[in-house]
Design a binder for this molecule. Structure first.
Ligand code: ZN
Ligand code: ZN
Length: 255
């Protein structure tokens, strides 16, 4: 994507109460799914990459499912289920070989697999084959690319373009996961500090709305029509975890 398109896309995505990175990611995934369904299924290379990654992650598999297209799903999932079946079959076959006490004493007659220089028994093999994929979910890879490109551009545009900066001051906000990535992927700068200051102001407003919801719930007699806090609890979810499908896990201290 050329810098110009990137700039306009990011500026257009600046909307009140909406993380621009989340909305760009959502659009990009929608597009990628469309392209995959209309051109990718018929293209052996694209299809193989999908199969090699063992399909999509749970979230993106359901996104693809929402697009409908029974035929595409029949083609893709037939292959995925066949792979799944083969893993189980080879496990059972090895077990059978092991118990038939084949005098050849070959590896397979002992129920062992050789994998990357290691000997695995049938169970280890099945677990390894079922739990690993040579590639990540391709849409998750797309998400990460988009996040990185746009989050690294954000402080640059903020610093270099007065209009962009104004727009960001007026309505810029990031979800928690994207704010953390912004800090992680950029060197400290005035622009970055400015973006963080703005974020603090946005958080204050959101926290006020949540307090207002609690306050009104506590005084039901004087219950008033919801004001600016209306929907604040949903905005808080978006703000704290990002939109659906955004990776927001924290590292956990080892016990
Ligand atoms: Zn976000
Ligand atoms: Zn994914």
């Amino acid at each position: 994507v050329d810098k110009h398109i990137l700039f306009h896309e990011l500026r257009d995505a600046l909307r009140h109460d909406t993380c621009p990175i989340c909305s760009i990611v959502e659009n990009r995934i929608k597009k990628a799914i469309n392209i995959f369904l209309h051109e990718g299924i018929g293209d052996a290379e694209t299809r193989n990459a999908y199969i090699k990654a063992k399909g999509y992650c749970n979230y993106h598999a359901w996104k693809l499912r929402e697009a409908g297209d029974p035929l595409a799903h029949a083609i893709l999932y037939k292959e995925l289920l066949e792979h799944h079946k083969r893993d189980i079959e080879s496990y059972l076959e090895q077990k059978r070989n092991a118990s038939s006490r084949n005098p050849s004493r070959s590896l397979s007659s002992l129920g062992m697999f050789r994998k990357k220089g290691r000997f695995l028994d049938g169970k280890e093999y099945l677990i390894k084959e079922s739990n690993t994929a040579p590639k990540q979910c391709l849409l998750c890879v797309t998400v990460k690319d988009v996040e990185k490109r746009y989050l690294q551009s954000l402080p640059v545009f903020f610093e270099q373009d007065e209009q962009f900066k104004n727009d960001y001051v007026n309505r810029g906000v990031l979800c928690n996961p994207h704010l953390r990535k912004l800090v992680d992927w950029n060197e400290p700068s005035e622009a970055l500090a400015g973006i963080l200051e703005i974020q603090l102001g946005r958080l204050d407003i959101n926290i006020d709305h949540l307090e207002e919801i609690q306050r009104k719930a506590n005084y039901q007699h004087s219950y008033k029509e919801p004001g600016a806090e209306r929907g604040g609890w949903i905005r808080a979810v978006n703000l704290y975890v990002g939109s659906p499908g955004i990776e927001n896990t924290f590292e956990h201290d080892k016990v």
